[in-house]
Design a protein around this ligand. Structure first.
Ligand code: GTP
Ligand code: SPV
Ligand code: MN
Length: 590
């Protein structure tokens, strides 16, 4: 049978009645033994944790050093997002675009419903009502995830505003995004993540991990929301959101889009270096931002999430003391290693010795790293010592600057500023980055990742850029757009820039540019600081290294933009002419 009841195509309004009807349909399709409506209470969280522990699916960690924290090990074949199994199912394949895998909605429903048939026999079906964004915010949107994974419930409780208040809002508003998820048999051959943006629904089968399974996150808040945002005149982006308080008492709100595992959580939680006293960085969000044009002509942003699903490896008191402190209680660790003291461990940890690797095997370096490179912590944003109270603001925060960035060992300088909004859209469209362990597949391969949204844009990139360009008209006071790269390397593979705390030096220049104070030189790729325009006090970097970081290799950039032109041409008639014009002009400047 099919859980699809009315014709595909038109976006539907979900009435409270259709919520109950949908649950009924899913129940008869999946045949669970029990149904549990999640309230989001502490008692529910505790009961589910105990159940997982009793079944041996989850381990309590050292109660003294990591109170109320747990280790979860996923299936070894299920450790990251699976882009090759992720589909956007629109009636017209062109609407999904060359940037997405596509399947006809009717075929996809048939395929998925066959997998879902009877899949919850002997299992509990959890109904998770959740709200993406502050519960009282008009910019927030609700969804319901149905899942048979208690681990998903626990994570969704941390990552979203989950439970009774969300259900009340859904009953009141009468519409929500429908997400149906089952871990199935965790068989990679029977694993698909399907999106039906025209129906505002998601079906995910066969994975229990991260963005494949926590449907509020990438599936709803990016793929489905980006589609809704296009229709309604806003943007759903893979961006951190941060408040920068300067020594002179100004606050700037900045959004930054970097691809997966390229430094969003770390930048969002930056601890200022001692050499730059008086600065404070407060975190609004670390992964996703929803941006709306305000009546004042500025762009206003909320973080739809309420927790962090952060990369564990590399997190240490040295790289980020706040992140390290934040995860020492009430945290879920997934696929990290374990010490003899029953403490979590990963590569980059300053102390401790792993005795068991991420699969629970006796530690043996021959088996590779102790923690999986995409091992993660899940923790409430409120545990961040520098949590920004503005994260609860119903109307969001006004954005001064948008930063794009990627992980590039060569070419892209430390920082440059786009000439204007339209040029900034081209800069975003040109983002390229070396692949990371956040998705399955080869790591370290340079690929195009426009706006860090390659895996997450729920529609044709051509239409997406057209939508971005339209904000030139919608915003009378648009954010300035920048590009950064913390990942330049020398011939020996050593990073040229110290990164982490020291990135504040670049953010400082960006806020000066926003205030029309910072000095810059005009280059063929945009405005760039001279070495003397960056505040480098207390940081010992050889002048020739800094020069290398701020150099524009005109020949290499010409090749870069020529290859971008070839890539953009695949969008054919959907590619906005204005973007092509912008590119031609950029090439001419080179
Ligand atoms: P997702 O959650 O996958 O979207 O990742 P993210 O963009 O939030 O990345 P995160 O901040 O977790 O960083 C990923 C990896 O990059 C970690 O191993 C960090 O240690 C490393 N990293 C972050 N910032 C920097 C930096 O400024 N310089 C260098 N060299 N490495 C960094
Ligand atoms: C990412 O890959 O960008 C993440 C992790 O933030 S996941 O939730 O798996 O998408
Ligand atoms: Mn991410």
């Amino acid at each position: 049978m099919s859980v699809q009841s009315d014709a595909h195509g038109a976006p539907r309004q979900h009435t409270p009645q259709s919520l109950d009807a949908w649950i009924d349909e899913v129940r008869s399709l999946t045949q669970p033994s029990h149904i549990h409506w999640c309230t989001g209470s502490d008692a529910e969280y505790a009961a589910l944790t105990s159940e997982l522990i009793a079944r041996g699916e989850c381990l309590p960690l050292n109660a003294d050093s990591f109170p109320e924290s747990y280790l979860y090990r996923s299936a070894p074949n299920d450790v990251a997002r699976v882009e090759h199994l992720t589909f956007v199912c629109t009636n017209d394949p062109v609407d999904a675009g060359p940037n997405n895998h596509w399947m006809a909605p009717s075929d996809a429903h048939q395929k998925m419903d066959a997998l879902f048939a009877g899949c919850m026999r002997g299992r509990t079906l959890y109904v998770i009502p959740y709200c993406m964004g502050p519960i009282d915010s008009p910019l927030a949107r609700c969804g319901i995830e149905i899942t048979d994974s208690a681990y998903v419930v626990l994570n969704m409780r941390i990552m979203t505003r989950m439970g009774t208040p969300a259900l009340e809002r859904i009953r009141r508003e009468g519409h929500f995004v429908r997400g149906l998820h089952s871990i199935g048999q965790l068989d990679p051959e029977q694993r698909f993540i399907m999106h039906f943006p025209e129906e505002l629904s998601i079906k995910s089968f066969g994975s229990g991990y991260g963005g494949n399974a926590l449907l509020g996150k990438k599936c709803h808040a990016l793929r489905i929301a980006s589609w809704q945002a296009r229709d309604e005149g806003w943007l759903a982006e893979h961006m951190l959101l941060v408040a920068l308080d300067s020594p002179t008492g100004e606050t700037h709100y900045v959004a930054a889009a970097f691809p997966s595992a390229c430094g969003k959580t770390n930048l969002a939680m930056l601890i200022p270096p001692d050499a730059l006293p008086g600065w404070t960085v407060r975190t609004i969000g670390d992964d996703i931002a929803w941006l709306h044009p305000g009546k004042d002509g500025r762009l206003w942003a909320i973080n739809p999430e309420s927790g962090y699903f952060g990369v564990a490896p590399g997190t240490s008191p040295k790289s980020n003391r706040n992140a390290y402190e934040m995860i020492r209680r009430n945290a879920i660790f997934t696929n990290v290693a374990l010490t003899a003291e029953n403490e979590p461990w990963w590569e980059g940890m300053p102390a401790g010795t792993p005795v068991k690797d991420w699969q629970g095997r006796k530690m043996d370096p021959a088996n590779g790293p102790a923690a999986h490179p995409n091992s993660r912590f899940t923790v409430s944003a409120r545990q961040n010592p520098n949590y920004a109270h503005e994260a609860e603001a119903a109307g969001g925060v006004p954005i001064s600057a948008i930063i794009f960035g990627g992980r590039r060992r060569s070419l892209a300088p430390l920082v440059f500023e786009a000439r204007n909004w339209r040029h900034g859209v081209l800069v975003g469209a040109g983002v390229a980055s070396e692949t990371t362990a956040a998705a399955t597949g080869a790591v370290g391969v340079l690929r195009r990742d426009p706006m860090a949204m390659k895996p997450f844009a729920g529609y044709n990139f051509g239409d997406y850029w057209r939508h971005w360009l339209s904000f030139d008209e919608r915003l009378t006071n648009p954010p300035k757009i920048f590009h950064v790269n913390w990942f330049r390397q020398d011939a020996q593979g050593k990073f040229l820039w110290p990164g982490f705390s020291e990135n504040l030096r670049v953010l400082k220049w960006i806020t000066e540019r926003v205030n029309n104070r910072g000095a810059a030189r005009e280059t063929p790729i945009g405005y760039m600081p001279n070495a003397s325009d960056l505040d480098m006090q207390g940081l010992d970097i050889p002048p020739e290294t800094l020069e290398e970081l701020l150099k524009v290799d005109v020949n290499a950039w010409r090749e870069e933009l020529t290859s971008l032109e070839t890539e953009l041409s695949q969008y054919g008639a959907r590619l906005p002419a204005a973007l092509q014009t912008e590119l031609s002009e950029a090439l001419k400047r080179l």
